[in-house]
Design a protein around this ligand. Structure first.
Ligand code: ATP
Ligand code: MG
Length: 440
C-alpha cells in the first residue's frame, strides 16, 4: 500500500473545519488591520533562499528540499514565506506609487523543511504570516506585534508569553559576531558538534541552540543589546514604549536571535508557557528585515513580519480545550422510502440547495430507522418524508426536529418554493414572542 510521505499529514474532514475556522479568524482580523492576501508559488529558485534566509542557516544548509528540474534549474520548495513575498514585491514593483504604503500583505500555506518529524514539527507544515513593507517607524513594529497578540486573543489562547530582542543593524551585528567568536573560541571543544561548526559560520546560532552544553555556555555570552548604537537603541525603546501603551506584556530576552539571516532591529517570538505543545513551544516568530528587499534586487525599502505555525496552534487549542465552532446543521433532510421516490427526493434536495439551504438525502436505500439516525447525527432542522403513498397523493410529510411538530404540504408547493415551506415550518417564533412580551 502506498502511504503518505514521512513528515507530511493528511488533514481529514474531522479536522479540516478547525483549519477553516482558524483561517477565517485570521482573514477577518488581518482585514481589520488592512492586510491583503498574497499567494506566491510553493517552488522558488534555490538562490532566493540561500541569499535571503542565508547559506549558513540550518534552514538552508540542512532542512531545505531542493532539486534540479528537467530544465536543470535549481529549485527549492519554500521553507518559509517571507523570501517569496519579498521576491514578488520586488518583481511586481509593489513599492511603486500606485500601491499603499506601508504595503501590508498576508499569506496562508504550506512550507517544507527536512526535519525530524514529531508533534508540532513536520516536513510539510503550514504557516499564517504577514509582512509590512515601507515603514521604518517603530509604531509599525508595535502594530505587527499587536496584530499577532490580537490573533491569539481572538482565539482565546492562554498562557502565551511574548519575547523581544533587537539585533540592531548589520554593522552592529558584525561587531557582536566578533565578540561571540572571541567568547566561544576558548571553550570551543565544550560546545556541541553543530555549534563547533557554527562558531566560524554563524556564531549567533550557538546562542539559540537547544543543546544543553551550548545553553550552559551561552549563559554568560555577550548580549547583542550591549552592542547596539544610539539609533538602534532608540528604535527598540520606542517599540517597547508603544507596546506598554497598548498594554501588551513582553519580556526582553537577549538569547532570542532567530534562525534566519535577514533580521535586523526588532525580533520577537511568542511562546507557550505551559507545556501544552511540549518542546515545540514557539507558535509565532517574526521581526524586521530592513535590508532584504534591496538584497533581492529591489529599492532600499524596509520590511517586517511574522509567521505562526498552524500545526502547533492546533495542538495548543486542543490542549487548552478551546472549542471550535462545529460545522453547520443541516436545514432539510429528505427521507425517501422506496424506489419510486428516487427521482422526486433528488428534485427536492436539489431545489433546497438552489434555494440556499443545506440539504441531504439517503442514497443507500436505508430503512426509516437508520435514516433517522443520520438525521440526528447531522443535527437536522426539518425532515421531509416522501414514500409511495405520499407520491401518489402529491404530498410531503414534514417534521420539525427541534419541536417535534408534524405537518403536511403539497409536493408541488415544496418544489415550487421550498424556501417558504422551510421558513413556515422552522421559524423560531420565540424571538418574536419575546419581543412582544416586552411591550412597546
Ligand atoms: P523552531 O525553533 O521550533 O525550529 P523556527 O525558528 O525554525 O522554529 P520559524 O522559522 O521562526 O521557526 O517559523 C515560524 C513558526 O513556524 C514557528 O514558530 C513554528 O510555530 C512553525 N514551524 C517552524 N518549523 C516548523 C515545522 N517543521 N513544523 C511545524 N511548524 C513549524
Ligand atoms: Mg527550526
Amino acid at each position: 500500500m502506498i502511504q503518505k510521505i514521512k513528515g507530511a499529514e493528511d488533514i481529514l474532514p474531522k479536522d479540516s473545519y478547525k483549519w477553516q475556522y482558524i483561517e477565517d479568524v485570521a482573514r477577518d482580523l488581518f482585514e481589520r488591520y488592512l492586510y491583503q492576501e498574497i499567494r506566491t508559488p510553493m517552488m522558488e529558485s534555490y538562490d532566493l533562499f540561500s541569499r535571503s534566509v542565508g547559506d549558513t542557516t540550518d534552514i538552508v544548509s540542512k532542512e531545505m528540499y531542493d532539486f534540479y528540474d528537467k530544465g536543470e534549474r535549481h529549485i527549492a520548495l519554500r521553507p518559509e514565506g517571507t523570501a517569496g513575498v519579498v521576491r514578488a514585491y520586488v518583481e511586481h514593483k509593489l513599492h511603486g506609487p500606485e500601491f499603499a504604503k506601508p504595503l501590508k500583505l498576508y499569506y496562508i500555506g504550506p512550507m517544507f523543511r527536512y526535519e525530524r518529524p514529531q508533534a508540532g514539527r513536520q516536513r510539510q507544515f503550514h504557516q499564517i504570516g504577514v509582512e509590512a513593507f515601507g515603514s521604518v517607524n517603530p509604531a509599525t513594529d508595535a502594530e505587527i506585534i499587536a496584530l499577532a497578540w490580537h490573533f491569539f486573543e481572538e482565539l482565546e489562547v492562554k498562557n502565551l508569553k511574548l519575547y523581544l530582542n533587537s539585533l540592531g543593524k548589520p554593522e552592529e551585528r558584525q561587531v557582536y559576531r566578533e565578540a561571540l567568536i572571541e567568547y566561544f573560541t576558548p571553550v570551543k571543544d565544550q560546545l556541541s558538534k553543530d555549534s563547533q561548526k557554527r562558531l566560524e559560520t554563524n556564531p549567533m546560532r550557538i546562542i539559540d541552540s537547544k543543546a544543553p552544553e551550548d545553553k550552559a555556555l551561552s549563559q554568560d555570552a555577550p548580549a547583542i543589546i550591549d552592542f547596539l548604537g544610539d539609533e538602534s537603541r532608540k528604535h527598540f525603546e520606542q517599540v517597547q514604549a508603544h507596546l506598554d501603551a497598548l498594554n501588551i506584556p513582553y519580556t526582553i530576552d537577549p538569547t532570542i536571535v532567530r534562525g534566519l539571516d535577514y533580521y535586523q532591529h526588532t525580533i520577537f517570538e511568542i511562546i507557550v508557557e505551559d507545556d501544552s505543545i511540549g518542546a515545540q513551544s514557539t507558535v509565532c516568530g517574526g521581526g524586521r528585515y530592513d535590508g532584504l528587499v534591496e538584497q533581492i534586487g529591489g529599492p532600499a525599502e524596509s520590511g517586517i513580519g511574522f509567521a505562526i505555525g498552524m500545526e502547533r496552534l492546533l495542538i495548543l487549542l486542543e490542549e487548552q480545550g478551546i472549542e471550535i465552532p462545529a460545522v453547520e446543521p443541516v436545514d432539510i433532510y429528505v427521507m425517501g422510502l422506496g424506489e419510486e421516490v428516487e427521482t422526486v427526493t433528488l428534485q427536492i434536495v436539489q431545489a433546497a440547495r438552489q434555494a440556499g439551504l443545506i440539504a441531504e438525502r439517503d442514497y443507500l436505500g436505508r430503512s426509516m430507522k437508520s435514516q433517522f439516525k443520520t438525521i440526528s447525527k447531522l443535527n437536522t432542522k426539518l425532515v421531509m418524508t416522501v414514500g409511495e403513498q405520499e407520491l401518489a397523493d402529491g404530498l410531503v410529510q414534514l417534521k420539525n426536529q427541534d419541536t417535534g411538530k408534524q405537518a403536511t404540504e403539497k409536493l408541488a408547493d415544496v418544489l415550487a418554493d421550498i424556501a417558504s415551506v422551510y421558513r413556515k415550518h422552522t421559524m423560531d417564533t420565540s424571538v418574536i414572542d419575546e419581543f412582544f412580551k416586552g411591550g412597546f
